[in-house]
Design a protein around this ligand. Structure first.
Ligand SMILES: Cc1ncc(COP(=O)(O)O)c(C=O)c1O
Length: 377
């Protein structure tokens, strides 16, 4: 039995979307920027998708800007804001952001921006008092990841939003791991970023939400598509698939989220029983329903991944993007874990089509690999 527990890295495209692909590509091939009827048909599909996503989020259609995914969205927001509001040159972020947030912020730091990292506690929760101390009239932006992609920990974004509004500071949250899985009020944010492939749409499509009265300098200049914020001919079909995926997640959403949480809890309770030495990261904190981050003391996570892979099971260590490199995850070291603990950590992330049977079988395989590796250490 193949077991895929890596849905925080990427998820399978919904079956109905897969089946509709040929038709959508054939029917909506014309350039949406052309004024003849087929072009306008493509345009209508994009605008209908935009309206659907905006309605789902409770915002206005012109506040949704399609991009290739969260990396592009995060870069556009951070670099674009800096360009548009040069009078403010301080940024406050958490040390547990995704690299697609950290690296554009580091880029700005090299240009002279002052970057404040918020303190987090042992569960990965940010220190709100630290935010109150660090925010000032020089702060351009506060960036707080809503649900962390490695540990799943959720932040109190409502309180952060209030503090940002009181101080007239922009608030941006990467909601890649929480959209469709956690309920939130989009209006508390000034910006959010989303990647389609984490919610069963294809890779290479995503969007960001930008409150409409905020200025933003684009990363790409060209034909002025997406309200001038993201030039380039639109990916018509993928925009529709993203809207369809959100619609599918929204259908019986409580049941879907309940299923993920059930699998995650079943996994953790039984894994702890099978291997009592494990440590569950952020266990005591509010977490997204689909992520379980586990330290397996004294074994190397890369060897665990390979051992599990040879048993037809796919999991991650830290974030997928850095899986190839055996450097300790910046997220886990920010929590205060040692490099050794960070290098012994696996992330299991569950998908809608995972089953109870896979949970029990997965635990058996993990126990086998863990015990075979422990003998070497
Ligand atoms: C929280 C978070 N933000 C941003 C990204 C980047 O998404 P993409 O690679 O689709 O651009 C990811 C993907 O791992 C993520 O988990």
């Amino acid at each position: 039995m193949k077991i895929y527990f890596d849905c925080a890295a990427t998820s399978k495209i919904f079956q109905d979307i897969l089946l509709s692909m040929e038709r959508v590509f054939k029917e909506y091939y014309a350039n949406p920027n052309s004024i003849y009827s087929d072009g306008q048909k493509s345009r209508q599909l994009i605008e209908e998708s935009r309206r659907n996503i905006a309605q789902y989020l409770g915002v206005e259609p012109e506040e949704i800007i399609f991009t290739s995914g969260a990396t592009e969205s995060n870069n556009t927001i951070i670099r674009g804001l800096a360009e548009s509001y040069p009078e403010k040159n301080e940024i406050i972020i958490t040390p547990i952001e995704h690299k697609s947030v950290l690296n554009p912020v580091k880029f700005l730091a090299k240009k002279g921006y002052k970057v404040h990292f918020l303190k987090i506690d042992k569960n990965g929760i940010i220190d709100i008092d630290d935010l109150k101390r660090k925010i000032s009239e020089k702060t351009l932006l506060v960036v707080i990841i809503h649900g962390n992609n490695e540990t799943g920990v959720l932040q109190d974004v409502e309180t952060v939003s209030k503090i940002c509004r009181e101080n007239d500071v922009f608030f941006f949250s990467d909601v890649v791991q929480t959209i469709c899985k956690e309920k939130f009020d989009t209006e508390i944010f000034d910006f959010i970023s989303v990647s389609g492939h984490k919610i069963n749409a294809p890779k290479g499509i995503g969007f960001f939400y930008k409150r409409k009265d905020i200025k933003l300098t684009p990363l790409l200049f060209g034909g002025g598509q997406e309200f001038g914020l993201r030039s380039g001919t639109e990916n018509i079909a993928f925009i529709k698939f993203l809207s369809d995926a959100i619609h599918e997640w929204d259908t019986d959403n409580d049941d879907k989220v309940k299923h993920l949480r059930f699998l995650r809890d079943l996994w953790e309770i039984n894994l702890k029983e099978a291997i009592p030495d494990i440590h569950i990261v952020s266990e005591q904190a509010k977490r997204v329903p689909h992520i379980s981050c586990i330290i397996f003391p004294q074994v190397d996570a890369q060897s665990m991944i390979l051992g599990l892979s040879s048993r037809d099971m796919a999991v991650s260590s830290g974030s997928a993007c850095s899986s190839g490199t055996p450097t300790p995850s910046h997220v886990l070291t920010a929590y205060g874990y040692s490099d050794k603990e960070a290098l012994s950590t696996l992330r299991f992330s569950f998908c809608l089509d995972n089953t109870e049977e896979q949970i029990y079988e997965g635990i058996k395989r993990v126990k086998e690999v863990f015990e075979s590796l422990k003998e070497f250490y």
